[in-house]
Design a protein around this ligand. Structure first.
Ligand code: DX5
Ligand code: ZN
Length: 217
């Protein structure tokens, strides 16, 4: 089983982003999780295309872009050109899900589809065959540092559906409130890509914190 850690830089020292990225590279982080918020889909505004373009010039880490925006279809080309390696959009967004998938297929980006805590697993079943990853939110999207909501049943039913239908390669990502205590819960339910923000950036020893997220369960 693969276990990957994607560091959410929302909780990093944004004015010293370059040194924060070097720290991620040195401390065994696998991916950079880049949260894009438009102030409409979620009640917060973060950063966007020009910042991603700068980051992609400075690192070879895999850029995992999480779009919390109302109309992802409009921006797929721009995020692709800015260097995204994976683009994850919400099934609850206003864009037509199949149209976004078709737009992503025109790019080299991996395809991720996200579900908010109150959205049932069944809502993503029709799209699992087109996706590389399903992101199961373990907090309401919008802010770092919130408490974990247990979505084990949803993770299990997505994993089961994927395995039954021949999509064993599908990755399941979790995002929100992931730390050394909640990581074993989501991993035993079947998640293998763990997004973590405040836990990693607050840690005194980041390599140790990454190790704890991946510890044998
Ligand atoms: C929340 C974001 C998360 C957030 C995670 O809307 O999608 O990626 O930064 O932060 P923590 O790990 O602090 O919950
Ligand atoms: Zn996120």
């Amino acid at each position: 089983m693969i276990d990957l850690v994607s560091a959410s830089i929302l909780s990093s020292d944004l004015l010293n982003l370059e040194s924060e990225i070097r720290k991620l590279e040195k401390n065994n982080v696998d991916w950079i999780h880049f949260d894009v918020m438009d102030g409409v889909f979620v009640p917060n505004i973060s950063y966007g295309i020009p910042v991603l373009a700068q980051i992609s010039k400075k690192t070879d880490l895999f850029l995992d872009v999480h779009l919390m925006i109302t109309d992802p279809l409009k921006y797929i080309t721009q995020f692709d050109e800015a260097g995204a390696d994976m683009i994850t959009f919400h099934v609850e967004s206003a864009s037509d899900t199949m149209e976004v998938i078709r737009a992503l297929k025109q790019t080299e980006c991996h395809i991720g589809i996200a579900v908010k805590p109150n959205t049932p697993a069944e809502d993503v079943f029709p799209y699992i065959g087109y996706a590389d990853m399903i992101l199961v939110m373990t907090v309401e999207p919008g802010f770092g540092g919130q408490s974990f909501m247990d979505m084990s049943d949803k993770i299990r039913s997505i994993r089961e559906y994927a395995d039954k239908n021949g999509y064993e390669e599908l990755l399941i990502q979790v995002d929100g409130g992931i730390d050394d205590k909640t990581a074993p819960i989501v991993r035993s339910a079947g998640a293998e890509v763990l997004v973590s923000g405040s836990y990693l950036f607050k840690a005194e020893n980041m390599a140790e914190a990454v190790g704890k997220l991946k510890e044998e369960i």
